[in-house]
Design a protein around this ligand. Structure first.
Ligand SMILES: *[C@@H]1O[C@H](CO)[C@@H](O)[C@H](O)[C@H]1NC(C)=O
Ligand SMILES: *[C@@H]1O[C@H](CO)[C@@H](O)[C@H](O)[C@H]1NC(C)=O
Ligand SMILES: *[C@@H]1O[C@H](CO)[C@@H](O)[C@H](O)[C@H]1NC(C)=O
Ligand SMILES: *[C@@H]1O[C@H](CO)[C@@H](O)[C@H](O)[C@H]1NC(C)=O
Ligand SMILES: *[C@@H]1O[C@H](CO)[C@@H](O)[C@H](O)[C@H]1NC(C)=O
Length: 379
């Protein structure tokens, strides 16, 4: 029993003496120095380079050595231009900024004097950087893609130039007589259906201007020589040239006014033989019908009334789905034009026009409405 008690006491004594025996090594150096420090002598330690402690000399194991941030704004370290400072545990590295490369080849350096950072020409390094329709432009530290005209950078991918849809974005310069068609990198203006390019102007260009074919087919009846009539058709052609689809209402008004003036002052038409007068009247009504039908394509549904000093009145009723009808009155003579009938005859005006040179008697004249019909003598 006594032997056992002795053993326990011995072990206690050994444990008690351990710290004292281990505080310094054989060279007389403190063994308790905190992490990242080294001993000065048996009772003092000093932080390793790149670390700092509260006091320069550490005399208790409770103190710590903390990493110095050499990259902090107020530090002495300067990496120089086009470079970044990266703090590391106990040290730091200078590295070239993104988009710059060290000419020396050394990836890291410690001081401004060793800085060889130079802009990388990304465009030269990778000629296909800006995909199709773009031109690479090198900048300091980076590059940009400049799109060819008619293209724009994709917001999600600033390397990719995509087509600009000038038609839907409203950037086009198409005349209102045309319809805009987008193409890759550009657009073109094509005549509206039923329209043709104005004389000497090609279709499908940016500056294409078209005129309604409705007007071009309404020309003086062959075989009739009348200055009054020629002047009337000159006016009609001018109106056709200036016609804008949004202004169909005004154009109709102007045509009817011209017609009213013609009826009020028929001039040399009155000297024509009576049969030819009837033919001209028929020709005018036929042509007017075609033109009104063409113009009504751009009118909203509803009733339009026009009336003029010489007594010409027009009630134009546009009914898109049901039958279209137009009522033309002149001096109480009412003419009802059945537009559906006229449309079925196909080509507007083609063939249905009176040829006043080769009159076919009563057959032709039946186009002139009874009773009285349009004539050229104002009341
Ligand atoms: C140990 O070094 C410190 C700092 O240099 C000094 O102040 C101290 O006197 C030294 N102690 C001994 C025992 O040499
Ligand atoms: C860093 O470079 C500057 C000159 O750019 C020089 O004056 C300084 O002594 C250098 N410092 C070190 C630590 O090399
Ligand atoms: C058409 O023009 C006439 C006469 O200028 C006008 O009274 C009428 O309100 C116009 N209609 C439309 C739909 O613009
Ligand atoms: C008439 O033409 C104009 C111009 O092109 C267009 O904005 C408008 O919608 C057209 N109106 C109708 C009723 O077709
Ligand atoms: C247009 O004329 C018709 C027939 O003469 C008439 O019934 C209608 O009230 C007129 N409408 C307008 C808006 O003047």
């Amino acid at each position: 029993m006594g032997g056992r008690v002795f053993l326990v006491f011995l072990a206690f004594c050994v444990w008690l003496t351990l710290p004292g025996a281990e505080t310094q090594d054989s060279r007389g150096c403190a063994r308790w120095c905190p992490q990242d420090s080294s001993c000065v002598n048996a009772t003092a330690c000093r932080c390793n380079p790149g670390f700092s402690s509260f006091s320069e000399i550490i005399t208790t194991p409770m103190e710590t050595c903390d990493d110095i941030n050499e990259c902090a704004t107020l530090s002495k370290v300067s990496c120089g231009k086009f470079s970044d400072c990266w703090n590391t545990e106990g040290s730091y590295d200078c590295v070239c900024s993104p988009g710059y490369e060290p000419v020396s080849g050394a990836k890291t350096f410690k001081n401004e004097s060793e800085n060889t950072c130079q802009d990388v020409d990304e465009c030269q390094q990778n000629p296909r950087l800006c995909k199709s329709y773009g031109t690479c432009v090198n900048t300091l530290g980076s590059y940009t893609c400049q799109c060819l005209p008619g293209f724009k950078l994709k917001p999600e991918d600033p390397k990719l130039c995509t087509d600009v849809d000038e038609c839907s974005s409203g950037q086009h310069q198409c005349d209102s007589s045309t319809v805009c068609f987008n193409t890759v990198g550009s657009y073109s203006c094509r005549c509206r259906p039923g329209w043709k390019p104005r004389h000497g102007i090609p279709n499908n260009q940016k500056d294409t201007v078209c005129e309604d074919m409705t007007f071009s087919t309404w020309t003086p009846p062959p075989g009739v020589h009348s200055q009054t009539l020629s002047r009337f058709f000159d006016k009609v052609q001018d109106l056709g040239r200036d016609y804008k689809p949004g202004l169909a209402n005004n154009t109709i008004q102007s045509i009817l006014q011209a017609l009213d003036e013609l009826l009020e002052a028929p001039g040399d038409l009155e000297t024509l033989p009576r049969l030819q007068q009837h033919c001209v009247a028929s020709h005018l009504l036929d042509g007017l019908e075609d033109v009104l039908r063409g113009l009504s394509k751009n009118l909203s549904n509803g009733l339009l009334n026009f009336s003029y000093p010489a007594g010409t009145e027009l009630s134009l009723e546009v009914q898109k789905q049901v039958d279209r009808s137009v009522t033309l009155r002149q001096n109480q003579a009412v003419m009802q034009l059945d537009w559906n009938q006229a449309q079925k005859s196909g080509d507007p005006g083609g063939g249905s026009r009176a040829d006043c040179h080769h009159l076919h008697g009563a057959e032709r004249l039946s186009a002139v409405p009874p009773p009285g019909g349009p004539h050229f003598s104002p009341v």
